[in-house]
Design a protein around this ligand. Structure first.
Ligand code: PLP
Length: 385
């Protein structure tokens, strides 16, 4: 048997099993209610399934064009214009990807060079840092404020230097449910207007905002959009995370580089699903009503937790609810989350894993993209703690 321990120098020595797989397999083993991983426990629309079925039967089963089916790209261009007044040329400025994760990786791999710095905000979704490190870039961390999880743009200003290549933003935000305001984006725009710094805007929860807030897509801000990759995911919007389909918007010059990497990374993505999405996108209500759909779940979960010993953090968007347990236990968030899964049968994610250094605010993340029954059962248990 060859032994590779001397010959393979891991490019990601810190990376092991993700906390999402760890908590989900613990939840399975313990037969616990799984509010850890971010995916719905209910099905997508039967109409969408039927459209995919029809596309397969009609013979749309071979490679799609590298950038994606033009019919789908045209629908995305129309939607971006309708929602955000953004202007994207379907031919040269939109690419269909195998989910947002691939789009994020591709955008980073295509533009970040050895030694370049990329600013990310912590707590941060977990796929940014390894992508930056794999291509030899250096993640530079700016912490969001402790209770409201807002960006302090003065802090960002302090870390920008000649080596800064990219800033990654994420609104609505995973894991905290905070959102960026129009003012935030204006501040970002001003901060980098005299530089060549790129922006990667992860907007996978663009349709999940509550309490009347409007999503502030980078596409609404032309001068910022001119230097940005905007990334979205059909998985989050249509309850189809397992289909792994998303897209990237970027100005022509950036998209040209994006596609050079994309074509040798995946080349093109699932044809019948693209055919189905192209017609399903015409159904505006499917995405316009998503905020209200999840606001109902958020409110139901929060209402059922009233009077419990957990502290409810505000959630303006996404499908995550943070709960503080500082009144319950002194344990680390990882120990407490594991104990909650094993002893009380409710699985969550400890938020310390979203930081680059040991920070434990005694806060757990719960996903409320679950059936009402699942949420009610979970809240009932959390009330007893
Ligand atoms: C903030 C954020 N970005 C990207 C992704 C990945 O999306 P996809 O499943 O389309 O790759 C997720 C999924 O949880 C996410 O929460």
């Amino acid at each position: 048997m060859p032994n590779f321990s001397a010959s393979i120098h891991s490019k990601l020595p810190k990376v092991g099993n993700t906390i999402f797989s760890t908590m989900s397999s613990l939840a399975r083993k313990e037969n616990a209610i799984n509010l850890s991983q971010g995916f719905p426990d209910f099905n997508c629309s039967p109409e969408l399934i039927e459209l995919v079925h029809q596309a397969m039967k009609a013979g749309h089963n071979q490679y799609a064009p590298m950038a994606g089916l033009i019919e789908l790209r045209e629908k995305i261009a129309e939607k971006t214009n309708f929602l955000y007044s953004g202007d994207y040329d379907p031919e040269s400025e939109i690419t269909i990807t195998a989910g947002a994760t691939q789009a994020i990786f591709t955008a980073i791999a295509a533009t970040v060079n050895e030694g370049d710095e990329v600013i990310i905000f912590t707590p941060a979704y977990d796929c940014y840092e390894p992508a930056i490190e794999l291509v030899g870039g250096k993640p530079v961390y700016v912490q969001l404020s402790e209770n409201e999880y807002r960006v302090n743009w003065e802090e960002v200003k302090k870390v920008i230097n000649q080596r800064t290549k990219m800033i990654i933003i994420n609104t609505p935000h995973n894991p905290t449910g905070s959102i960026l305001s129009g003012q935030d984006l204006q501040k970002l725009d001003k901060l980098i207007s005299n530089s060549d710094i790129l922006v990667l805007s992860d907007e996978v929860y663009e349709h999940i905002l509550f309490d009347g807030y409007e999503h502030q897509s980078v596409a609404r801000f032309p001068s910022l959009a001119n230097r940005s990759f905007i990334i979205s995911s059909f998985g989050k919007t249509y309850h189809t995370t397992g289909w792994k389909m998303g897209y990237c918007l970027a100005p022509k010059q950036l998209m040209k580089e994006f596609r050079k990497t994309h074509q040798y990374n995946v080349f093109s993505v699932n044809t019948p699903i693209q055919v189905a999405m192209a017609s399903y996108l015409e159904k505006k209500e499917a995405y316009l009503e998503l905020g209200a759909f999840y606001q109902y779940k958020r409110d139901r979960f929060r209402e059922n937790l009233k009077g419990s010993r957990f502290t409810l953090k505000p959630t303006a968007g996404s499908y995550f609810q943070l709960l503080g347990y500082e009144n319950i236990s002194e344990e680390s968030d990882l120990t407490f989350a594991q104990r909650l899964t094993i002893e009380k049968k409710v699985a969550s994610i400890p938020t310390s894993v979203f930081y680059n250094r040991p920070i434990d605010h005694k806060v757990l993340r719960f996903c409320f993209a679950k059936s009402d029954e699942t949420l009610d059962r979970a809240a009932e248990i959390l009330q007893t703690i």
